[in-house]
Design a protein around this ligand. Structure first.
Ligand SMILES: [Mn+2]
Length: 468
């Protein structure tokens, strides 16, 4: 099927020349024989005549179903549509119209598009891309002559940070030795560890001292202010958190309206036409997914566009393995123990798993127990290598988990976290003066007493205790 392109002069011809249409090359319908002759001389097809006369369209249409594109002054467009419709009442018609002028009443089946759409949908995004390319060029130049670049993330890096770091390293054309990905902390969440394991992302632990040995430092998904003075001198900051205080860096790109830093990096890679590998696409897709709760929280149009682009490139099998960590068979025995020992006390579900084969099971079961009906808090503890690990989750609209865990356990060991998620790690030898013989049952009691006291409740008396 060929398209019929109607325009008094050669405006549409110049606009569309070189455009690939499905089916045959389009037929241009113009007013002046001179314009027709020029189009034909250039090797394209054209007819000319009175654009408001149906006779012209009897020559132009073969089937009467050809799609029509029309551009004409507003006062003529309605009449031209009427002449087209007299010959081809079924043909779909798109009128490219002057954005300022109102077209008269148009028959059904006619679609209009303001010419300004070219500016908005084609030119503007391309100008943005040009600006992004220039920015990427500036970033690359800044790091070009450095021997080693540190890509620094927050203390417990999340998928958005990990993916952004990997993307930036790719953008700079570097490898693990010339641009390691580092953190002052460690990765604790099981999904995040699975992400690193499955996508082979190596994360180095750094200190303020070793960080200073790098010639250049980049922060992704975080800002110097979050390091409480531990680290200030930064070359580049790419982040989507609002600026707590003005970020001082030689270069920075901070976009608080974005749902994820991974979106910014995806835009960089696309603008610079860097190949996004399956591994990198999977990481970035997961970064956007987890920071925007599957695009439901704080996701913008930019996040959705990056998401759609990455979706086609990512490995969804890997993604499934990252999102749903596998449970080894021995974990079921641990779970059975935890279920048997669970206690629900005023909306807090406590479970002590006893000795566990690996730490990740504790937060994993803390997530699971939060799904129980009526549960606002889930507090799961277990013992690994002589240490009690306590993972706390809540439904989000109650007190901050980090605050409660700090109040409950900070005097014994490391304790802290965020609003809805926190943890404590205590050496049993440090707890023994209080607990005496730290058997499983005693640790369980100790966790419950300390946690409930910190939550502002009295300890579990027989009356307030219900076996769930
Ligand atoms: Mn983020």
């Amino acid at each position: 099927m060929r398209h019929v392109v109607i325009c008094p002069d050669d405006f549409l011809y110049h606009l569309l020349r070189g455009t690939t249409f499905p089916g045959d090359a389009p037929l241009y319908v113009v007013a002046e024989p001179g314009v027709r002759a020029r189009i034909v001389r250039s090797g394209d097809q054209a007819v000319s005549g009175d654009l408001e006369d149906p006779a012209l369209y009897r020559r132009a249409f073969r089937t009467g179903h050809e799609p029509v594109l029309l551009n004409a002054p507003a006062e003529r467009a309605t009449k031209i549509v009427a002449a087209v419709r007299a010959v081809a009442p079924q043909s779909p018609v798109l009128v490219l119209r002057d954005p300022e002028r109102h077209l008269g009443e148009l028959p059904g089946g006619v679609t209009t598009l303001p010419i300004s759409a070219f500016g908005e949908r084609v030119i503007q995004p391309e100008l943005e891309r040009a600006a992004l390319r220039a920015r990427v060029e500036r970033i690359r130049q800044h790091f070009e002559d450095a021997q080693r670049v540190l890509i620094l993330m927050q203390d417990d890096p999340d998928p958005d940070a990990l993916a952004s770091a990997l993307a930036l390293r790719t953008l700079l054309g570097r490898n693990r030795s010339s641009a390691p990905i580092g953190t002052f902390g460690a990765i604790t969440r099981p999904e995040n560890r699975a992400l690193c394991r499955i996508l082979e992302i190596e994360v180095d632990e750094v200190t303020a001292g070793t960080a200073r040995e790098f010639e250049r430092v980049v922060m992704v998904d975080t800002q110097p202010g979050f390091f409480q003075g531990r680290f200030e001198d930064v070359d580049l900051v790419i982040d989507h958190h609002p600026e707590d205080r003005t970020v001082r860096a030689r270069l920075k790109d901070i976009r608080p309206t974005y749902g994820a830093t991974s979106t910014i990096l995806t835009e960089y890679l696309r603008a610079a036409e860097v190949k996004i590998s399956q591994r990198l696409a999977t990481a970035l897709l997961y970064g956007i997914k987890s920071d925007t709760l599957h695009l439901e929280r704080g996701g913008t149009r930019a996040d959705m566009e990056a998401f759609a682009h990455l979706y086609l490139l990512a490995n969804h099998n890997w993604l499934r393995r990252i999102e749903r960590p596998e449970l080894p068979a021995e974990a079921l025995d641990v779970l059975a123990r935890g279920l048997a020992r669970r206690q629900l006390i005023r909306g807090v579900l406590f479970s002590h798993l006893g000795a566990v084969p690996y730490v990740d099971l504790i937060p994993q079961f803390a997530d699971l127990f939060l799904q129980v009906e009526g549960v606002e808090w889930s507090v799961v503890s277990g013992v690994v290598n002589g240490e009690a690990h306590i993972s706390v989750r809540n439904v989000g609209y109650v007190k901050s988990a980090g605050d409660v865990v700090r109040a409950a356990f900070a005097d014994l060991g490391a304790a802290g976290g965020h609003r809805a998620m926190a943890k404590a790690v205590i050496r049993l030898t440090d707890w023994r003066p209080e607990l005496g013989d730290a058997t499983s049952e005693i640790v369980h009691q100790g966790v419950m007493e300390r946690f409930l006291r910190a939550l502002g409740e009295s300890g579990p008396g027989p009356a307030g205790q219900e076996r769930s």
